[in-house]
Ligand binder design. Structure first.
Ligand SMILES: C[S@@+](CC[C@H](N)C(=O)[O-])C[C@H]1O[C@@H](n2cnc3c(N)ncnc32)[C@H](O)[C@@H]1O
Length: 358
């Protein structure tokens, strides 16, 4: 039982506003035929005529948990709660979460907690490995819900269908995909080696309907979804090709000196492919090259301390490497922009270099 204000329905809004500081919303207001009841946090000194204070059994409002730690706090001890990573990636109906070995015994409960947080999640996957192999695929395991790895999610106004167990995915790159789509010129020819299920290529093609966008991908399963995503987004300026980025020009000679812009989203070793990809470039081509850089972390600290030394300039090794490779193949380069894209591992950042062939 809680102390309540009993207010005739006709005067409900005026009285509620007047006594708002006395009312608690930790209990759900109850509406009857003639009256509405609001729980009180403190008793007002005076109440208007026709209003009563009575005892009533109102329902307690369920508090929305802040995160999965909040849900699991009665199950795990403090040490275990500290080991629990409370963030997870959501691709529409599928969530993917990292669970340390020490918490394996709670897998099921962690999965249930994730589902409790997001009501439209139907499957919770646990990361079993990092992204690995030439297709950059992560092993995942279903811990709660339907045994399903295929979902369709929305990113930057595009729809993407993919099979999480069979191809690379990362929603953390969505901001950079948007950045490059916004930079792309209206009528450009754009090449995306390492295209996956098409997130870069499709975001650019959709934002810039007059561009011609071609993505090349080695993983046949990813190409299948890339083709489906082109249809899903109703694009007629985007093409998915199955192939090896080191043999683009041999297999598709029409792309020799074709590209105004080339996006290389293979941070692990995009630079190994630069000599081959450069065959598609010409004077003016802009390259967006992704890489991993451990020095970038120092840059962040130095920036923070407002004290970085130009001799120790971060990204320098990667920029130099691009310069050297390009020079070997007869190209001069100009750095347009360098960007920290996201933290990848302790002290390792994914970076992007925007470099123009001049
Ligand atoms: C880091 S993933 C990026 C995929 C996609 N761009 C995205 O953002 O989701 C790199 C992709 O390059 C593909 N790949 C690896 N080696 C390749 C090659 N030699 N030629 C073409 N694609 C390749 C992998 O299969 C993988 O899908």
């Amino acid at each position: 039982m809680v102390k309540c204000l009993k207010i005739p329905l006709k005067r409900a809004e005026i009285i509620r506003k007047k006594f708002d500081t006395y009312i608690t919303y930790n209990y759900l207001p109850e509406k009857g035929k003639k009256y509405i009841y609001f729980a009180l946090r403190k008793i007002p000194d005076k109440i208007p005529k026709g209003i009563e204070i009575i005892n009533k059994a109102l329902k307690k409002r369920e508090k929305k948990p802040k995160n999965i730690k909040d849900i699991l706090k009665n199950l795990m001890n403090e040490k275990e709660l500290n080991e629990l990573v409370s963030s997870f990636e959501v691709l529409n109906t599928i969530a993917i979460i990292e669970i340390p070995n020490s918490l394996e015994k709670y897998e099921q409960q962690i999965g249930n907690a994730v589902m409790q947080m997001h009501k439209n999640i139907k499957t919770v996957l646990k990361k079993e490995t990092g992204m690995s192999g030439k297709f950059r695929i992560r092993k995942v395991k279903v811990i709660t819900g339907e045994k399903n790895f295929v979902t369709t999610y929305k990113e930057n106004s595009c729809l993407f269908k993919l099979d999480i167990s069979n191809m690379f995915y990362s929603t953390k790159l969505s901001t950079d995909r948007k950045r490059i789509a916004e930079q792309s010129g209206r009528n450009e020819n754009i090449l995306v080696p390492f295209a996956g299920y098409g997130p870069f290529a499709i975001t650019i093609a959709k934002k810039n309907p007059k561009t011609k966008v071609v993505g090349i991908e080695l993983n046949p399963e990813a190409v299948k979804y890339f083709e489906e995503n082109i249809k899903l987004n109703k694009l007629n300026n985007c093409k998915a090709l199955l192939g090896d980025a080191s043999k683009i020009v041999e297999k598709y000679p029409e792309f020799k000196k074709w590209a105004d812009r080339i996006i290389m989203p293979l941070p692990k070793n995009a630079l190994d492919f630069l000599p081959y990809v450069l065959k598609c470039a010409k004077t003016g081509t802009i390259l967006h090259i992704y890489a991993f850089d451990s020095k970038a972390g120092e840059y962040l600290n130095a920036q923070h301390l407002n004290a970085f030394d130009s001799k120790e300039y971060p990204f320098e090794r990667k920029i130099k490497k691009v310069e050297i490779i390009a020079k070997k193949y007869g190209f001069k380069t100009k750095l347009l922009n360098k960007k920290l894209v996201r933290p990848y591992a302790p002290n390792v950042f994914q970076i992007c270099l925007d470099i123009q062939i001049i």
